[in-house]
Design a protein around this ligand. Sequence first.
Ligand code: IFM
Length: 426
Amino acid sequence: MEKQKLKFPDGFLWGAATSAHQVEGGNKNDWSEWEKANAKRLAEEAPKKHADWQVKKFPEMLTPENYISGAACDYYNRFEEDFDIAKSLSHNAHRFSIEWSRIEPEEGKFDEQEIEHYRKVIKAVLARGMEPFVTIWHWTNPLWLAEKGGPENRKFAFYFARYAKFVVEKLGEDVKFWITLNEPTSVIAAAYSTGYWPPQKKNPIVALKVYKILAKAHNQAYREMKKINSDWKVGFSNILQYIEPNDEHNLLDKLSVKVTNYFSNQKFLNLVGSNQDFLAVQYYFHKKIKFPFKQTNENKTRTDMGWEIYPEGIYHLIKNLQKYNLPIYITENGLADVDDTKRDKFIKDHLKWTHKAISEGVDVRGYFHWSLLDNFEWDKGFWPRFGLVEIDYKTLERKIRPSAREYAKICQENMLKIEAENLDLT
Ligand code: IFM
């Protein structure tokens, strides 16, 4: 069958992402303590929170062990092996995060040995010809900071900027791209609004306060970092949802879209303003909304998490970001798919829509699949399988999934080859 060739811009970055707490193992922070205190409850609540098919397919969600990150993927010790795999899959970039609780285990006391560890990690990424994208905060807080209220504490910005400054001064010589905060709005929603994540608050006033504090933390860190090296590219990663009205002629549906859009997609960007050198986009969700906030999505293709797969959304989101006139990197996009039957198409479909935006002038410069490895999916634990690479949690053996090899071809050729009949984007 004839294939169309969708070429990506020269120098396009291709890779995958992880975060420290989800893969490293052996962390002691606010999440690790919360996991231990809540594992039993999460296991008991699992049948209420998930569809029957999910409980049947993933019975491990009924066991407390599923909810304790513990040794995770032991990436802390096996990162070289994991980077060898990424290299063998033709990745030319890699995103990972630094664990604050390792670097500053006690207030104001920084651990040089852990800095040395992350120096080795960065060198290992570079040695394999990959560009490091380093996230400074991917949600976990050292215990001393959690005791002070974490991002609810007005001094959080000061603590974060001090930690960020220490990290970049020590490790910055080999890094160009820094992501200060990962998905601040996910934390605001899940930890302070719905109350699913630690510290399990359900308080809109606190949520609004945390918005401001996290934005201040980013802004302060951004300014400090740029003073040290103005060539560094610094941004924060933003989870963006593609939101549309149930009925495009209904004013109330449109009003609901405006409100949701503002809090999910816009507010944090506004608070950060010009303190960003690139836009880091993470795309997982599409919402069709009927007034006031009822979701009416029709597309029934779903991931193991039960999340709808809606590739077109990425196109609308990045088109809308064109007005900022900044380079865009897709720093996360992925799915839980234990059978690996949907991942290949998922990646290709999202890239097809991304390419359409590029061909219309949007400056997208990279794509990082979430995730390189199966990992610890926060309050869901280990059952969701997001990896290009499968982890056997008993033996810690790594196994490359077939979809990863398909993605590798795209990375290697800087091109998506697609059957003409699948190219229809109307
Ligand atoms: O696993 C998370 C990641 O930590 C942040 N972005 C979304 C992923 C999937 O839920």
